[in-house]
Design a protein. Structure first.
Length: 77
């Protein structure tokens, strides 16, 4: 006979393993949200530690028009 409890347990283990393997964008999203909620002086100090090319890469992955506008301002020479 088929033991459904065992199958459910295996499925739960697989789902937990997949949730632990979050993509690297997960931590980037958390970092961006944390910086956005900080006082401006602290956020500015942290953002100054992020290389500009990496900041551009982060912003390029977002499809919001305001973010795209900020990206244009950031990359203009």
């Amino acid at each position: 006979m088929l033991n459904l409890g065992v199958l459910r347990g295996q499925q739960d283990q697989q789902e937990k393993a997949q949730s632990l393997q979050t993509p690297s964008e997960g931590w980037v999203d958390l970092l961006v949200r944390a910086i956005a909620s900080m006082p401006e002086d602290l956020a500015t100090r942290i953002v100054n530690c992020i290389p500009q090319d990496y900041a551009v890469k982060i912003l390029s992955s977002v499809s919001d028009p305001y973010v795209k506008f900020a990206l244009i301002l950031l990359t203009k020479k």
